[in-house]
Design a binder for this molecule. Structure first.
Ligand SMILES: Cc1cc2nc3c(=O)[nH]c(=O)nc-3n(C[C@H](O)[C@H](O)[C@H](O)COP(=O)(O)OP(=O)(O)OC[C@H]3O[C@@H](n4cnc5c(N)ncnc54)[C@H](O)[C@@H]3O)c2cc1C
Ligand code: SF4
Length: 333
């Protein structure tokens, strides 16, 4: 692993000031905040991330889960994934989030991983993680060997001719369905970004994955007041039952009255270049009878714009079945 300067700022302002002394604080490799380290250290060992400075933010007071004004929840960026998944209010009122986190990684990794770090975890595309290979995301302009190479696990929604990498997060799929907001503190003050606007499509700049600017620190994520009562399910399909990323996943939040769907929030994982909220599926469900026919129509709508590559056409039907089954499971709750 290459050498780097390690800094442990005592407060948020110091962290942001230190991070913003370079023009590449978030998107490039010169300065990195260190949270749980389960993505960053991994990639530093592979020389994929080569920051000159690592700012350890573990001492910042961002590790609380609190009631937010207006009835929602405020989750600090340093809250560990395990603590969030096991929080009583999250389990009761935002259970899709708890389910999603608990189906990710391993207990040990969830104990280290933080909310902020999970939002910024990087793709598992094998070419991205191998510095001997070209990769537009790691080295802009070098090419995308995945398009004609190993792409079985890669994305079918939101792809571009420059990158087809899947966003690997489970937690983010649930946050998309729950319509969370990401709160950011930067050199010019604080701002709030709707979850659906936080991650970017690859387009012509796959190296730019979020709206974060140099020096930006994620301080917390907020959840709107819970939809009560609602039926919530996160279903994850993968090559093995644990410790594996999703080939396809679905987060579902539904309300049903007298057999009809009155509210639907749907997001997909494992198939999109970003956590994939499906407005198409939500429209196909809302106001319709809650039955298998409606569920399948929603799944068809959600995957309608799929662009598969040589090895991942199977994901289209897999994702449709995943969403259909998640909706069935929600009905049984
Ligand atoms: C073997 C393995 C299996 C895994 N399986 C899964 C899985 O099945 N599902 C899944 O969803 N995830 C999985 N993960 C990924 C895991 O969830 C992430 O690595 C973790 O969430 C990252 O959080 P962290 O706190 O460790 O981030 P770090 O590694 O500390 O940071 C990640 C990135 O975020 C930046 N950052 C961190 N906090 C902030 C902040 N507050 N503001 C601004 N920038 C910040 C860092 O600078 C860095 O660039 C797996 C990881 C491993 C190693
Ligand atoms: S899919 Fe994206 S991350 Fe993978 S090789 Fe292509 S450019 Fe790199």
């Amino acid at each position: 692993m290459h050498s780097y300067e390690y800094i442990r700022p005592a407060d948020q302002a110091a962290a942001i000031a230190a991070a913003s002394t370079t023009t590449t604080a978030q998107q490039g490799a010169n300065v990195r905040f260190l949270a749980g380290g389960t993505t960053l250290i991994d990639l530093m060992k592979l020389n994929v991330e080569t920051p000159a400075r690592v700012l350890d933010i573990n001492r910042l007071p961002l590790d609380r889960i609190e009631a937010a004004s207006g009835g929602g929840l405020r989750v600090g960026a340093m809250v560990r994934n395990s603590d969030l998944a096991n929080d009583a209010k999250v389990q009761q009122e935002y259970s899709v989030l708890s389910q999603a986190i608990l189906q990710g990684a391993s207990a040990q990794i969830r104990n280290m991983a933080t909310v902020g770090g999970n939002l910024l975890q990087r793709t598992r595309c094998v070419y991205f993680r191998d510095t001997a290979m070209a990769c537009n995301k790691r080295e802009p302009g070098s090419g995308c060997p995945a398009i004609t190479g190993h792409n079985r696990t890669l994305a079918i929604l939101g792809v571009s001719e420059h990158c087809i990498a899947t966003n690997p997060s489970d937690m983010c799929v649930a946050l998309a369905a729950l319509e969370a907001t990401v709160h950011i503190q930067g050199t010019k003050g604080s701002r709030a970004v709707a979850f659906g606007d936080f991650h970017l499509l690859p387009g012509t700049t796959p190296e730019r994955e979020t709206v974060l600017e140099p020096g930006d620190l994620i301080t917390h994520v907020s959840l709107p007041p819970p939809i009560v009562p609602s039926k919530q399910v996160y279903l994850k399909l993968r090559d093995r039952a644990s410790y594996e990323f999703a080939l396809a996943s679905a987060a579902v939040v539904l309300t049903i009255e007298t057999g009809n769907i009155t509210y639907a929030r749907i997001a997909l994982g494992g198939v999109g270049t970003k956590p994939w909220r499906s407005a198409e599926a939500e429209t196909a469900l809302t106001g319709r009878p809650a039955n298998d026919g409606t569920f399948r129509q929603a799944a068809e709508a959600a995957l309608g714009a799929s662009t598969p590559q040589s090895e991942n056409t199977f994901k289209i039907e897999l994702a449709k079945r995943c969403l259909t089954q998640a909706l069935r499971m929600a009905m049984a709750r």
